[in-house]
Design a protein around this ligand. Structure first.
Ligand code: E4P
Length: 217
């Protein structure tokens, strides 16, 4: 399973990229709004940091296929690594079909059922993003959805990649990897949590103490 970072914060993106653990970025309208910066400006800066797929979503207020297609073309023109993120609606599927025919890659977002994932894949989506955390929030097992989509895509020989999204904690990451997700898009905080273990810290402390006791600082 590969990692994308789920943020529009360039400092966090830079830190994760420097660690060599991410190969792409996902953003959404809430994450862009949180930064309070111009969409194109942020995306260009992200593209200058990470050499991999960068998902930029159509405006949250654009709900018709025609509008999404127009914006999708504009997003794709920002940088060759751009992936157009489209919400999972009937209008969204129409936009995916047209953009795919033009060679523009898409990421269908807000996927909460395996049927939605299957439809998105058949419309020509490059990626589908099932949101596990938001399902867990309403007492539905998000990881089960990932497993289901993985199985369906395998059975049907579908090449659309599965991005496990709405990842809230390190156990989500392990569960997605076990379920067979192609990618997990993870907030910086969770990536950082994943690096930690108290025995690692204790081990470093003990190695330092033992070394200094004999060789000094
Ligand atoms: C995915 O692409 C979304 O940007 C994201 O994972 C949503 O996460 P949230 O449910 O924590 O907002």
């Amino acid at each position: 399973m590969k990692f994308f970072i789920d943020t529009a914060n360039v400092e966090d993106i830079r830190k994760a990229n420097d660690m060599g653990i991410i190969c792409g970025v996902t953003t959404n309208p809430s994450l862009i709004a949180k930064e309070g910066r111009d969409f194109n400006e942020v995306i260009k800066e992200i593209a200058s940091i990470v050499d991999g797929p960068i998902s930029g979503e159509v405006k949250a207020t654009t709900t018709d296929a025609e509008g999404m297609i127009k914006e999708g073309r504009e997003i794709a023109a920002i940088h060759p690594n751009m992936i157009v993120k489209i919400p999972m609606t009937t209008e969204g599927l129409k936009a995916v079909k047209v953009l795919n025919a033009e060679g523009i890659k898409t990421n269908v977002t807000l996927v909460f059922t395996s049927n939605q994932a299957l439809l998105a894949a058949r419309a020509g989506a490059t990626y589908v993003s099932p949101f596990l955390g938001r399902l867990d929030d309403i007492s539905v097992c998000g990881t089960d959805l990932i497993s289901e989509i993985v199985e369906i895509f395998q059975v049907a020989g579908i090449e659309t990649e599965i991005i496990a999204a709405s990842v809230r904690h390190p156990m989500h990451v392990t569960d997605c990897a076990l379920a067979g997700a192609d990618i997990a898009t993870v907030p910086y905080k969770v990536l950082e949590q994943m690096t930690k273990h108290p025995l690692t810290d204790q081990g470093i402390e003990k190695f330092q103490k033992d070394y200094i006791a004999v060789f000094g600082e």
